[in-house]
Design a protein around this ligand. Structure first.
Ligand code: MG
Length: 218
């Protein structure tokens, strides 16, 4: 059983479903050559994909083009179905930093063939996750700087204000389809600047006030 930690108390949550949002920043949707979505694009990662700060990210032999995607992550402390927008934020226990590692070559093959993204997005080590910081210590999750460096060079730098679908919208929307549960995680999408990683690269993903994770590519 995998658990995630909520700081500062250290309370543990059993890791449940991992919902991920695609193309939730307009400039990233553009760099992927697609339109800005009219409703959230949703996919899932298995819990087996999760690693914690410092563990290596392993490039699968089936891919020759793995990309980094830094994302603000949300831990739900309370589940629900058909959650109204007005109370959606009450379901958030905390916020974290995540990487949505992606086999871009496999994803683009899947898109062309009309196949699911599960392999491209759900492989082992594809979901690095920081511990979560209590929602009460984040004044506004929609004004956070978000930065990813590779070997000390900035690759992705943006702010969560640029999300297309805000967190309350994502929670309400997801809950209209899935029964949400305590321990669910939402990856809220990545800003522009996604790029390939190579063996030996050192990734540092930071959201000031929320957390930092560091991972080496193997
Ligand atoms: Mg992503």
């Amino acid at each position: 059983m995998k658990t995630v930690k909520l700081l500062p108390t250290g309370k543990e949550f059993r890791l449940n479903n991992i919902f991920c949002i695609g193309k939730n920043y307009a400039d990233h949707a553009k760099e992927m050559g697609g339109d800005v979505p009219k409703e959230p694009v949703i996919f899932l990662k298995p819990t087996s994909a999760v690693i914690t700060n410092g563990e290596p990210i392993i490039i699968p032999s089936m891919s020759s083009n793995v990309h980094h995607e830094i994302e603000l992550t949300v831990l739900l402390g309370k589940g629900g179905k058909n959650i109204p927008l007005s109370s959606a934020m009450d379901h958030v226990a905390g916020y974290g930093v995540g990487l949505d590692m992606t086999m871009r070559d496999r994803q683009s093959d899947a898109k062309k063939a009309g196949n699911p993204w599960t392999v491209a997005k759900g492989f082992d080590t594809s979901a690095p996750l920081s511990p979560f910081i209590s929602a009460s210590s984040i004044i506004d999750p929609h004004t956070l700087d978000i930065t990813l460096t590779v070997n000390g060079e900035i690759r992705q730098q943006s702010n969560t204000q640029h999300m297309i679908f805000r967190i309350e919208v994502l929670i309400s929307y997801l809950s209209s389809i899935f029964t949400l549960e305590e321990g669910d995680i939402i990856y809220t999408g990545t800003p522009e600047g996604v790029a390939q990683v190579g063996v030996g690269d050192q990734l540092t993903a930071t959201i000031p006030g929320v957390g930092t994770i560091q991972h080496t590519i193997q």
